[in-house]
Design a protein around this ligand. Structure first.
Ligand SMILES: [Ca+2]
Ligand SMILES: [Ca+2]
Length: 226
């Protein structure tokens, strides 16, 4: 909301009224005033210029996301959906761990995958939540991206980075760092990251962090190019 809108007047009304006034006065100041208005209110937020091309907010359903691993007795089941209690009480997806072994992940639908080269150097962000005793957390690969020939994974810095029992936000930059690894558990180079991003066939986000039973949720997945 702009400063004018707070007073029940839109920015456009202000511009039009200003134009009319100065047109009547035939003032040379008109272009200057319009430029100032545009600079002040036309670009009020730099983030508006960053277009997330890939986004999943789960407003209506699980949107094709599945669960892979042991949760709920099998792999590639559709994620459970809740229309509320997600971020800002919006919809989100979740799974319950039935503790049959293995580690379960949220798996992104194919429509969000493929050539993601545009996001090299950009960010992947999402929110996680867990419902568990939080007393027996374990390390594992936290985010996995792969195709037929390549696999990279991201590992959070430490267990304190694990999701809390309230929504916990994550932002991963898609460049070589000490948190991205290749399948040999060596730090992944930018070439290795880009080789996966050029054709992503699977994208997994870890949903369970607790040995034994737990429930994990995911909301507001976004890829940004910068
Ligand atoms: Ca949501
Ligand atoms: Ca578990």
């Amino acid at each position: 909301m702009s400063q004018f809108e707070k007073y029940g007047v839109s920015i456009y009304e202000v511009i039009i009224k200003t134009m009319k006034y100065f047109t009547m006065k035939n003032s040379f100041l008109l272009p200057t005033i319009l430029c100032m208005l545009f600079l002040t209110f036309g670009c009020n937020n730099e983030d508006d210029n960053v277009e997330p091309v890939v986004e999943a907010g789960f407003e209506n359903d699980a949107d094709g996301w599945t669960i892979t691993g042991d949760a709920q007795g099998g792999s590639n089941l559709e994620a459970s959906y809740s229309p509320f209690e997600g971020l800002d009480n919006s919809g989100y997806i979740f799974a319950e761990d039935n503790v049959t072994g293995g580690v379960w992940y949220f798996s992104a639908p194919q429509k969000l995958l493929g050539d993601l080269s545009a996001y090299s150097g950009g960010t992947m962000s999402y929110w996680l939540i867990q419902e568990s005793a939080l007393d027996d957390q374990f390390d594992d690969r936290d985010v996995i991206l792969e195709n037929e020939d390549n696999r990279i994974y991201y590992q959070y810095e430490e267990a304190t980075s694990f999701p809390d029992t309230t929504w916990t936000g994550y932002t991963l930059r898609m460049v070589a760092s000490d948190r991205w690894f290749n399948d040999d558990d060596e730090p992944a180079s930018n070439e290795e990251i880009n080789a996966v991003l050029s054709n992503v066939t699977n994208l997994y986000i870890r949903g369970e962090f607790q040995d034994g039973s737990d429930t994990g949720g995911l909301d507001q997945f976004v890829l940004r190019a910068n």
